[in-house]
Ligand binder design. Structure first.
Ligand code: NIG
Ligand code: FE
Length: 342
């Protein structure tokens, strides 16, 4: 197949969050843990505490693991810095990974991933900082291609998300949006209205959100491992496809809602829970994923003129690959015409 593309990760971070599992098993929800200063904010503390070289070394190991799972291009978001210096630090790590590692890396800034502790209870004041200080500097330093925002109950409202994304657009950044991951507060409609390149998660999106995605030409970037890990519903992929929305499937690798880098597991879940066909899944992990990060003209299919990124599998077709959950079926990986895993 073409090398697989992981169009959605939060791969540069400090620490892990295994201590959240017992809390969740006792009934604490993802948003409750975040409201109590844990969750994303826990990872913000652990990421701020690491130097750039330490974050780089850790992330390099994650990219090695992705390659072994057959991924040849990945997107990475910031969003564990949540202040100018720490967001820039994360984004410089992402840039450095792209230049040093065999993996191609696309960079997304996400300073509106959570409200940092310094601004607790003052979300609008933090949005001012994001729009007036953080995004302009990131754009000036060409540290990101895209801007993403966590549009969610208790995090950033539709209006706050719109402000962040309109500012990003005026600065020349492409737009992505974490929409309807937990509650359908209007994120998918906003994505459609702004013609974002992609909308992420869409777990709670209903018909009223699917139409705007279709009319706005937004790629739905679906993350089935997160549904599994948060014990949530699975996005309505079949309805999206039926309505003409291009669907990509990615991992969402992060220390809270998806501590897995195995994109093959996303394929298995897309088969079983989204009820996508093996052919649709292959497209979702290659060409549609490439389009979700703006690289559809360079990668995502095997054709003359495109980069020779290939994954060779120990499986005689996508049907077997989607069915054999849990094992790594990669035989070899070719990146830009060179064998990097065998
Ligand atoms: O896509 N929802 C926001 N961001 C991530 C989770 C990040 C975290 O929990 O650290 C997500 O699920
Ligand atoms: Fe995410």
């Amino acid at each position: 197949t073409p090398g697989w593309v992981d169009a959605h990760t939060h791969l540069v971070f400090g620490g892990w969050r295994q201590h959240e599992i017992p809390l969740k098993l006792k009934g604490a929800s993802y948003l409750e843990i975040l409201q109590a200063g844990g969750g994303i904010l826990d990872t913000v503390r652990q990421t701020r505490a690491l130097r750039e070289d330490e974050l780089f070394a850790r992330a390099q190991g994650f990219l090695d693991e992705q390659l072994r799972f057959g991924v040849t291009t990945t997107e990475i978001k910031s969003g564990y810095g949540l202040d100018l210096e720490n967001e820039r630090k994360q984004l410089r790590v992402i840039r450095h990974l792209n230049s040093e590692h065999a993996m191609d890396v696309v960079s997304t800034c996400m300073p509106a991933h959570a409200v940092p502790p310094e601004f607790a209870g003052r979300t609008d004041a933090y949005v001012d900082v994001v729009c007036n200080e953080i995004l302009p500097r990131i754009a000036e330093e060409h540290l990101a291609c895209y801007c993403d925002v966590f549009c969610e109950t208790g995090v950033f409202s539709v209006e706050q998300s719109r402000r962040v994304l309109e500012t990003a657009r005026a600065l020349g950044l492409g737009l992505k949006i974490h929409a309807d991951e937990i509650d359908a507060i209007g994120g998918a409609r906003l994505a459609g209205e702004l013609c974002a390149i992609s909308a992420e998660h869409l777990i709670a999106t209903d018909d009223s959100g699917i139409s705007p995605l279709a009319s706005g030409g937004v790629t739905a970037c679906l993350l089935p491992q997160t549904s599994l890990y948060l014990n949530k519903d699975f996005a309505r992929a079949r309805e999206m496809i039926a309505r003409g929305v291009a669907v990509a499937v990615a991992s969402d690798f992060n220390p809270g809602s998806c501590p897995s880098l195995n994109l093959q597991l996303s394929a298995n879940l897309a088969y079983l829970r989204y009820r996508m066909t093996p052919e649709e899944i292959l497209t979702a992990l290659t060409l549609n994923a490439a389009c979700a990060i703006g690289l559809g003209d360079r990668i995502g299919s095997i054709e003359p003129g495109k980069q020779a990124d290939l994954t060779l599998w120990n499986a005689d077709g996508m049907e077997l690959l989607c069915y054999r959950m849990g094992s790594n079926q990669v035989q070899a990986v070719v990146k830009r015409g060179k064998v990097v895993i065998k």
